[in-house]
Design a protein around this ligand. Structure first.
Ligand SMILES: [Zn+2]
Length: 300
């Protein structure tokens, strides 16, 4: 399915997936204890997010759900069963609280981001140009927005996380989705995803790596001490298969010859080591991108 070609699916699939956070703790009864109020951890700061369009910040039930998802992240950061899980939740929450990622509605998309959304639709006749528009306020057409709302549950580009708030989602599932999407932002997935960038022709190997990593992050977040490299490797493959990404990666371009027999578990182990070889798992501020401008020389 063509809608499963790229980053847009990540949000859509995660929001739709009932298995996203099947063992994530409830956000309903959490709250900081005295022991938590130390240092500069994300969990010690008020729950907040930074809107993409401040004049149209998510409100009402959308805001309530977002804050409950942040509460869920904070609870895992405090009470998770593994250090890696706690760090992942805490740093994901911290990037959101710091405004390193921005959150808004699909309706807020303008300019370059709206153009990239358009390019991932089946029908690209609404995309007016072969490259992003020079006008950052380009607002497309009513027909384009109708198509986006119909086809997408969400979309991530750069550090902007757009959600279709007409879609109902549980806070625990949204928390797992935020882990997934912050991983994409952290690793600048949009700059690696495409073999032909402006045409949005996916590179099946590199796009696989971007999604595989984000699903390993989800696995670490959801499974805690049960998240081994072996289990998260298997989990990522299940997610990619069930959500019909359809990637056929050439692992010989990612792994050394003597690693090929072990397959993608090598990638999971690298991510668990957080050595940067296959991108980064824990979105620490020290490794966070300095900016999220349009990708430079993205075609390979
Ligand atoms: Zn994804």
């Amino acid at each position: 399915m063509s809608t499963y070609r790229s980053i847009l699916l990540a949000v859509a699939a995660s929001l739709c997936g009932i298995a996203c956070a099947d063992n994530a703790p409830s956000a309903s009864d959490s709250g900081p204890s005295g022991e938590d109020l130390k240092g500069d951890r994300a969990t010690t700061r008020p729950l907040t997010f930074h809107p993409i369009a401040p004049r149209h910040a998510p409100s009402g039930s959308a805001r309530t759900t977002l804050l409950a998802a942040l509460d869920a992240l904070g609870r895992v950061a405090r009470e998770g069963t593994a250090t890696r899980q706690q760090r992942l939740a805490d740093e994901t929450l911290a990037r959101i609280q710091a405004g390193d990622v921005l959150i808004g509605s699909l309706d807020d998309a303008r300019g370059t981001d709206l153009w990239h959304m358009c390019k991932d639709l089946d029908d690209q006749r609404a995309c007016p140009t072969a490259t992003p528009p020079s006008d950052p306020a380009w607002a497309g057409t009513a027909a384009l927005f109708a198509a986006l709302r119909r086809d997408l549950d969400g979309y991530t580009w750069g550090n902007r996380l757009y959600f279709n708030f007409a879609v109902t989602v549980a806070p625990e599932a949204l928390a797992a989705t935020l882990v997934h999407e912050v991983d994409h932002a952290f690793n600048r997935s949009e700059c690696w995803y495409y073999e032909v960038y402006f045409a949005h022709v996916v590179d099946p190997t590199l796009a696989f790596l971007e999604e595989y990593r984000a699903f390993v992050a989800e696995c670490v977040y959801k499974r805690g001490k049960g998240a081994t490299a072996l289990r998260c490797d298997a989990s990522a493959h299940v997610e990619l298969r069930e959500r019909e990404y359809g990637f056929s990666p050439d692992l010989s371009s990612l792994l050394e010859p003597d690693e090929l027999a072990r397959g993608t578990i090598v990638i999971a182990q690298g991510l668990f080591a957080d050595d940067g070889r296959f991108g980064w798992l824990i979105p620490s501020p020290l490794s966070w991108p300095s900016d999220f401008a349009e990708c430079e020389a993205p075609d390979r």
